[in-house]
Design a protein around this ligand. Structure first.
Ligand SMILES: [Fe+2]
Length: 290
């Protein structure tokens, strides 16, 4: 995403931050996981204690000044004011949580959810075309595959919740350009657990550069780019939902993803369909029993 220059219109950081914060506040982004059981004193002391000691070590090792400490305070306040906590946490920390979680999981490889999922999108039956504008730009893309259990049994009740950017790197619901619900949908698989989704190929994007997360990233000289990707939540009754993303071979940002979310087994290699310049990629999902 790039910054907006439309006068009094909210910045991309403000739009993205406000919507992501509201989802997180409602707990919507954690509904696919077992709810937390509340604070455990020993766990809080161990985890928060370790995190604080990591920060104290950075202060000691780098001889942080009062001026820098005050700048840090102002930056934290700006993250709150702009609603960017979900963005910052999902970009810079979620991948470690996901890797820890993956250690005890079977089934398809997952990766981070990110801050741009929205609940309540249109439900479609496979084969399905995602909602899009009449003149939706970009390369037509078909994503097809099958959802099975770990024993190979097809899961006919499976759904594929998919969302991604348009051809310019914008998410509907988090930017002004795409209309609500654009390139988002929950696709029900057929009786053999198969799905076929017609959409447009997404584009790489930067995290919002006009907010505190983007400013930090720029000042530190880190890449703000995410490679183009499809987000997916693959679900079936009695099975653990797989939260994942699919990337595209040849993307220039595969090795410099700001969110550290890429994995080799999640990279698609779409092939021309031979009709109208579109491409197709097949990718199956395996869900483990709950
Ligand atoms: Fe994304």
């Amino acid at each position: 995403m790039t910054t907006t220059d439309q006068g009094t219109a909210p910045s991309s950081a403000e739009l993205a931050g406000a919507n992501a914060t509201e989802s997180a506040r409602l707990g919507l982004s954690s509904t696919r996981e077992t709810p937390g059981t509340g604070a455990d004193a020993d766990r809080v002391a161990a985890v928060v204690g370790a995190a604080l000691e990591g920060i104290r070590a950075a202060i000691r090792d780098h001889k942080v000044t009062y001026s820098e400490f005050d700048a840090f305070k102002r930056w934290l306040i700006e993250v709150s004011d702009t609603g960017e906590w979900p963005l910052f946490l999902d970009v810079y920390l979620e991948f470690e949580v996901e890797r820890v979680a993956a250690e005890s999981r079977q089934g398809s490889t997952g990766t981070i959810l990110g801050p741009f999922w929205l609940d309540g999108q249109v439900r479609l039956q496979s084969p399905a075309t995602l909602p899009m504008r009449e003149d939706e730009p970009g390369t037509p893309l078909v994503l097809a595959g099958r959802v099975t259990g770990t024993d190979g049994t097809p899961l006919p009740g499976a759904t594929v919740d998919i969302w991604h950017t348009d051809d310019e790197g914008w998410y509907s619901g988090f930017a002004e350009k795409p209309p609500a619900g654009n390139l988002r949908g929950v696709v029900a698989c057929d009786e053999q657990g198969r799905f076929e989704i017609h959409t447009r190929r997404p584009a790489p994007y930067t995290i919002p550069l006009d907010g505190p997360t983007g400013k930090l990233t720029t000042i530190a000289g880190w890449s703000p780019w995410r490679p183009a990707h499809l987000h997916l939540l693959v679900s079936a009754p009695g099975h653990r939902t797989v939260t994942t993303q699919l990337f595209f071979t040849g993307d220039p940002y595969l090795d410099s993803d700001v969110a550290s979310a890429t994995k080799p087994e999640l990279v698609l290699d779409p092939q021309p369909t031979g009709d109208g310049g579109g491409v197709r990629s097949d990718h199956d999902f395996v869900l483990e029993p709950e």
